[in-house]
Design a binder for this molecule. Structure first.
Ligand SMILES: NC(=O)C1=CN([C@@H]2O[C@H](COP(=O)(O)OP(=O)(O)OC[C@H]3O[C@@H](n4cnc5c(N)ncnc54)[C@H](OP(=O)(O)O)[C@@H]3O)[C@@H](O)[C@H]2O)[C@@H](O)CC1
Ligand SMILES: [K+]
Length: 403
């Protein structure tokens, strides 16, 4: 997850500075162009994945130009494929250098379609959810030559959809919105208006004129010696992220937030007859999927006053006798459970689209056998193990009541 930075506090580069930094990185600092391109393309793909989830925006068209900006687009397309998107690539002016032919081969081996300009629909709105604009970067000069002039016009047409409120693909520009002056920006206010700009290394001066909702910085490779020489103020990257948001995240209409949950079918006959086994299986799936804190659960209790309260706790163990977690015996939850032994647990595994809700009662009789600070809770209607077993038999064909 990237954290936001104020765009005014970040340095912006002139075209000359950008080219100089490029030369220094690949000269005295010992980087190779393919190394930097790989990191740049990965940053573009991770920035896209932060905002546009493949469940809603999977059809991607990467339009790649003849230079390194185009190379970033080819790399991004590959990473997007591995992130679960369905990229297509339009690469009309191919560079016959081993770096670029290699990138093309890698994409072809993934069966990613390459579309010629003629193959592309005149109106991109129906066929794509995301257009990656990787035509020109900081070496752009003059006005766009064919076929890019026409491709940029097709991107411009998409802005017409904003008035009609019809869904249109979002435009993600790599480093520079193609066609913009690298320093002056959108001269004449007639260029494309990207929804997301991913600046690389450091934003170029034109980025100050970008008013789209999302501005990210990518390319986590700038050594301090470069930052010192150019007096660069760059935001820290959070955690291990390859990108960081610059500027405020847009205000989002909460009522419009809705994921499309697409999961494999889960049929009744696939449900384990023993609900505890089914639960263990889903915990194992959550662990295998690498989800964060797969044992986190919301514990809801109700005190004497009849008012419910919930909090997140960690499951410390589960067996057919019940669910174990730890608490201070004087905590609010422990006190409430003393007054009212009924509680519910809710596990939610985002990413697997699964949740399990369990109704329990406190099993005080197990307390002496548990580690200090632990409480054990048994599923409701199961005051003892033998009763639990008969309960499980009862619900054999109606596991959904339990899960
Ligand atoms: N640290 C870094 O620096 C990193 C940089 N990286 C990336 O490199 C990008 C800069 O790459 P770059 O220098 O290859 O230039 P870029 O803008 O892609 O294209 C040049 C090509 O476009 C052409 N062209 C120009 N104007 C044109 C026009 N009007 N109409 C038509 N064509 C025109 C020009 O042809 P020419 O005019 O010279 O004949 C040439 O073939 C940078 O923005 C970033 O994305 C990352 O990969 C890694 C880290
Ligand atoms: K671009």
């Amino acid at each position: 997850m990237s954290s936001a930075q104020n765009s005014d506090s970040v340095s912006h580069l002139t075209q000359r500075e950008a080219a100089e930094i490029d030369e220094t990185l690949m000269g005295p600092l010992g980087f190779s162009v393919d190394q930097l391109m790989e990191l740049a393309g990965l940053s573009v793909a991770t920035s896209i994945a932060e905002v546009y989830k493949p469940s809603e925006y999977d059809r991607v068209l990467a339009i790649c130009g003849p230079g390194s900006n185009g190379g970033d687009g080819l790399v991004a397309a590959r990473h997007l494929y591995h992130f679960g998107y369905k990229p297509s690539v339009c690469y009309p002016k191919r560079t016959q250098k081993p770096l670029y032919t290699g990138l093309v081969t890698q994409l072809e081996s993934l069966s990613i379609p390459f579309l010629s300009v003629e193959d592309l629909p005149l109106d991109f709105s129906k066929d794509f959810d995301i257009i990656v604009d990787a035509m020109f970067g900081f070496s752009f000069h003059g006005t766009p030559r064919p076929p890019f002039d026409d491709l940029i016009k097709r991107l411009l047409c998409l802005h017409g959809y904003d008035q009609t409120r019809q869904k249109r693909p979002v435009i993600v520009s790599v480093d520079i919105p193609s066609g913009w002056h690298v320093e002056e920006g959108d001269i004449g206010d007639e260029g494309i208006k990207p929804d997301m700009l991913v600046s690389l290394t450091a934003p170029k001066l034109c980025a100050k004129k970008s008013s789209g909702p999302h501005h990210f910085l990518g390319g986590r490779f700038v050594p301090p010696v470069i930052a010192d020489k150019y007096k660069l103020r760059l935001p820290p990257y959070p955690g291990t992220s390859m990108c960081v948001r610059i500027g405020k995240a847009p205000n989002v209409d909460i009522s419009a937030l809705r994921e499309n949950y697409i999961s494999p079918e889960f049929l009744e006959e696939q449900v384990e007859s023993d609900p505890i086994n089914q639960f263990r299986k889903w915990v194992d799936d959550a662990i295998a999927a690498g989800l964060r804190e797969p044992n986190a659960m919301a514990l809801s209790t109700v005190g004497k006053d009849g008012k419910p309260s919930s909090r997140m706790v960690l499951l410390k163990g589960v067996d057919r006798g019940g669910f174990v977690w730890c608490t201070n015996y004087e905590s609010r939850k422990a006190c409430e459970l003393c007054d009212n032994p009924h509680a519910s647990l809710l596990f939610y595994w985002d990413g697997l689209n699964r949740q399990v809700s369990i109704f329990l009662r406190l099993a005080l009789f197990h307390l002496s056998t548990l580690p200090a600070g632990s409480l054990k809770m048994v599923p409701l209607f199961s005051p003892s193990l033998s009763k639990l077993e008969s309960y499980l038999l009862d619900v054999k064909n109606q596991t959904e009541q339990f899960f």
